[in-house]
Design a protein around this ligand. Sequence first.
Ligand SMILES: Cc1ncc(COP(=O)(O)O)c(C=O)c1O
Length: 413
Amino acid sequence: MTNYIPEQGRPWDDIREEMQGMRGRDLDWRHGRHGAYVWYAGDDLEDVLREAYGMFLVENGLGIRVFPSIQRMEAEVLATAADLLSAPEGSAGIFTSGGTESIFLAIYAAREWARATLPDIAVPEFVAPHSAHPALNKAAHLLGMTVTRVPVGPDFRADPAALEAAISPSTIGIYCSAPTYSLGLVDPVPAISEVAAARGLWLHVDACVGGILAPSVRELGYAVPPFDFANAGVTSISADLHKSGFLAKPASTVTFRTAGHHAYARYRFDDWPSGLYQGFNFTGSRPGGPIAAAWAGQQFLGREGYRRLAASSMRTKEALITSLGEIPGFRLHGQSDLWSFAFALDGVAAPALAGAMFKRGWVTGVTTSPAGIHVMPTPVHEPFSDEYVHAIRECAAEVQAGSAPEAAPARYN
Ligand SMILES: Cc1ncc(COP(=O)(O)O)c(C=O)c1O
């Protein structure tokens, strides 16, 4: 094998230059060519995130008791998430490495809760709409649980009656999204919350995409459907700081309705030579950088900054839907509630359209049910929305003329 560490260290100027060169063929997110992976809200915020991250690069949140600085920043970011999600007094949260860890911890806590309160269930099950993010299945797979997915309703949102009908003697919880990744739709949480409460089940709301910015969208006067802890049956909510919080990766939150629910996510072990080892995260060492950057970024943006990002995201969506709507055969998939949406052009196969877009440098997600194109507008996309629509028009014409390159497969990554 090759060992890439040079015998003698190299000057940083050299190394930086080589790294800049490596970026040459990377996704051009600064020009809004992306539909996933990147949330960017301007160089001024990026500078703050980079510097704050660097200030706490070496510190480790695993040893939180010796870093009161990290402890305070983490507590304030978690309290803010709880406030944004209308969590009641006594709620408690965990700062995590992303949506997948937040969801994992919620499902883990639910499993531990079920072990304590429903001991007859051997293999616990979650019931979810087909639109749920794969992180749910990943968590269940790792935790020895099962997931039953049921079809969504005709409006492409979770169908509360179908979820209820799927509940079995092994069901311990229900899962829904605010919004779903693929179509940007907020599931009918109030009705699902009633089912969960009536059946005594855990209800997790995956607000990884929307949880942090949706309250600002609502403040702007948009009618965002209710999805948070104001619904009495909601037990836990995941909300990513590194998505619509526009903060540095890796950073997310999971909030539990009560300290009791939160306590089920704790892992403790002491049968080894160094005594008690405990914590709430899947990870052991926890970088101080993302916690510091999250706190600093929120202080820098302020509520006004978040309203600005929300306004830009919503304006971009509206402009895109208006312009795309002028293309013959345009169909919006469901009534998008926040900034993301999906659409189809009748007579134009979405994978072929995405393949043609990819050839031109646009990384475009494909949805399968229903078949379509996924769009995740954020402020960095706003100046490029006309270019995007122009590219879609040209690519659609190519597809219809049979001259499009290879179709893009439906894959997230
Ligand atoms: C709705 C939803 N939930 C969970 C996740 C997982 O988040 P992460 O990739 O940060 O682990 C995503 C990622 O896109 C998502 O869209």
